[in-house]
Design a protein around this ligand. Sequence first.
Ligand SMILES: Cc1ncc(COP(=O)(O)O)c(C=O)c1O
Length: 382
Amino acid sequence: MTDTLSDSRTSARMFTEGVPVVVEDVRRRTPAERAAVLEDPGFGRHFTDSMFVARYRAGEGWYDARLTTYGPLPMDPATAALHYAQSIFEGLKAYAQPDGSVATFRPEANAARFARGARRLAMPVVPEEAFLTAVDALVDADREWVPTEPDQTLYLRPYMLASEPFLGVRPAHEYLFLIIASPAGAYFPRGVQPVSVYLSEDYIRAAPGGTGDVKCAGNYAASLLAQEQAIEAGCDQVVWLDAVEKRYVEEMGGMNLFFVLGSGAEGGAAELVTPELTGTLLPGITRDSLIEVARSMGYRVTERLFSVEEWRQGVADGTVTETFACGTAAVITPVGEVKARTGDFTVGDGTPGPLTMRLREALLDIQHGRVADTHGWLHRVG
Ligand SMILES: Cc1ncc(COP(=O)(O)O)c(C=O)c1O
């Protein structure tokens, strides 16, 4: 965030036309300090040495792109994002590959979703190429922070906020685009366990015409009370229903949902159903990837409305054999117990279902480079 260019060099990377990525002399922790963090990184608790920052001003466009030492942002108390939540973010991961290289997973999809979010929040768009350049620049600079233990990753958090200091409800004229990186341990260090979920009947996450299909900060702030209610009810996660009829299942906390109809054990016999993208749920990149992976394994995948009644009835009559949630952080999480005012039920026998685990392994194998990337989803960072 310094305005001086001392101890910095201009890299060959261009953020946008005429705006090179300046690489500062970042303060680095010692190999021993890094190893101590990577021994048990957890999730979202530790951050790497560098961060990427670029600035935007209306009339001028993007400027001052740089890799700098991770640290606090100087912030005026009137900074618009703090008052009006003009703020969007992304989440993706970098994976150490068996050949020693590092790859991110479908970063173009994150770039595209970020651009859509920016338009929805009346923010400037980070050109998709610039987004990819910035992600690559940060991962490359902090490459030694990409964990190499099984199922460990480097989680990347690109985000943009309105940085102009003013009070008043209008799109800001100044913005910051940043990327920070956080080493992440295996999500289920003691084995994959089904989560229990609470159907939110008091609160909604997103209504038609709202912002449910973009990753804006306000969506998450508005979800916290319902998540607390889920915890109070003894559940791990909240499941959102549609805002209008409170009848259709939309998503679980920060993850999309899939339902397995029929026997998941034998290839091709089961059908997967996932809530269709009505505009009120987030188009997850894991969701999209699993649709493709499952289809390539011979499973039928249907995107359609799926009601609570169909879920409950299907579990009772044996039609719905498995349910799982998916997202970048946990990849796939099985859903077990379901609590609702209208009656509780449990999917399966309390253990992860066979198709849930098969798809989980298949996607992890692609991401960690253990099988050929036939979909072209890995992006080598170099
Ligand atoms: C509300 C919500 N739904 C679904 C997802 C899953 O999306 P992805 O698979 O792109 O991580 C996320 C996480 O980004 C989310 O925040």
